[in-house]
Ligand binder design. Structure first.
Ligand code: SOE
Length: 380
């Protein structure tokens, strides 16, 4: 196995999810490559050191520029807030590093285009961590659609509901709360949660032509953690939009952080001429499937427990019937990235693929302001 020296930037929730994946991947997948946890980088040296000790990183940096300069780093993994992705990715590409970037790719489409151009010019492998594609039940949905089980698709319906920002006392900005600060996040639920729904949707159902959206910011002002001042909130707290896919199907998407009782309720349903599919993150190892062609008396929704050896990724884990969870989607993503290197067939979504999601988010946010249908841009 060829070692790939990883330099991780950021040590939050995603820093942990990725580190866990790097550590586990070779235990469960036969690959030509092996990630080595070389360095973790964060501005707070003490916290970075504690993270390095806990996860087994060999060294610590406090300036990402120094990390990128290092000859012993092959791959940069960007887990820092959204407003840092572009600058880091451009520098890492220039230095010839492979790049993994947390979602969303960028603050907006034009910034994403620069990132796509940078990795294309440098010819460096790249991928964005839209991890839900690699939950076996979601991957199975893709397989069933591609094999034609659903037939023509009429409807796509997605939701991502949370309830963690309802309190007006919650500040914006700083560690853990930068997602509420528009300068760091770029947008609210659109770039954070709907971006996931959009990525899955375009993967399963193809490109989106146009959208019409409504957005709302329920709490207009919050104290900023870094300045201590009460400041205007610039993110969308909730967003719902309609979309028309290129294949003629109609879609509804909804996301909010104000749905009391829901923590991470990501669901999607797809209705085709022969069959329908439903998936729910809270029950992530199951895929609900209804096939109109089933024999009449026993026709009905089946709940497929996606844990058998012939289900996507599952032969690499336990024996049939035993479920895996959220963190495994990241392990699968690392495995696919390395397989892509071996086969010289990049694992998706590459930066180029993820730019499409960015364009859709831009059109959604624009429509939220104009109240009009907006066309989705395409890379020229
Ligand atoms: C937000 O709460 C969040 O952690 C997102 O940032 C993740 O991308 C999503 O998978 C779960 O929710």
């Amino acid at each position: 196995m060829k070692p790939i020296n990883v330099g991780l930037i950021g040590y939050g929730f995603m820093g942990r999810a990725h580190s866990n994946a790097f550590r586990k991947v070779n235990n469960f997948f036969d690959l030509d490559y092996q990630p080595v946890l070389k360095a973790v980088c964060a501005r707070d040296g003490g916290k970075a050191k504690a993270f390095a000790e806990r996860w087994g990183y060999q060294s610590v940096e406090t300036d990402w520029r120094e990390l990128i300069k290092r000859d012993d780093i092959d791959l940069i993994d960007i887990c820092s807030p959204n407003n840092t992705h572009a600058e880091i990715a451009r520098a890492a590409a220039k230095a010839g590093k492979m790049i993994l970037c947390e979602k969303p790719l960028s603050m907006d489409g034009p910034e994403g285009e620069e990132m796509v151009a940078a990795v294309a010019k440098a010819k460096v492998p790249n991928m964005v961590w839209y991890n839900y594609r690699r939950i076996p039940a979601v991957t199975l949905a893709k397989k069933l659609i591609d094999e034609g089980h659903l037939g023509r698709i009429f409807h796509y319906r997605a939701k991502f509901l949370q309830d963690w920002t309802i309190s007006p006392e919650l500040p914006q900005g700083g560690q853990g709360l930068w997602r509420l600060d528009v300068k760091a996040a770029g947008s609210g639920v659109t770039g954070d949660l709907l971006a996931h729904c959009i990525d899955t949707a375009i993967w399963l159902n193809g490109s989106v032509d146009k959208v019409t959206a409504m957005t709302e910011t329920f709490i207009k002002e919050r104290t900023h953690t870094l300045t201590g001042k009460v400041q205007k909130v610039g993110i969308d707290d909730a967003c719902a939009f309609l979309a028309r896919f290129k294949n003629g199907s109609l879609a509804t998407f909804e996301s909010t952080r104000y749905a009391r009782g829901h923590k991470a309720l990501y669901t999607f349903e797809i209705n085709g001429e022969h069959a329908s599919i439903f998936w729910d993150l809270h029950d992530l190892h199951r895929l609900q499937y209804f096939d109109h062609r089933d024999e009449g008396q026993t026709r009905g929704w089946r709940s497929i427990h996606v844990t058998d050896g012939d289900h996507p990724y599952m032969k690499n884990w336990w024996v049939p019937g035993l479920a895996i969870g959220y963190e495994h989607s990241f392990v699968h993503q690392v495995a696919d990235f390395f397989e892509g290197l071996s086969k010289k067939k990049p694992a998706s979504p590459t930066f180029r693929d993820a730019l499409e999601t960015q364009y859709i988010c831009d059109a959604v946010l624009k429509s939220g302001k104009t109240g009009q249908w907006e066309k989705v841009s395409r890379l020229k």
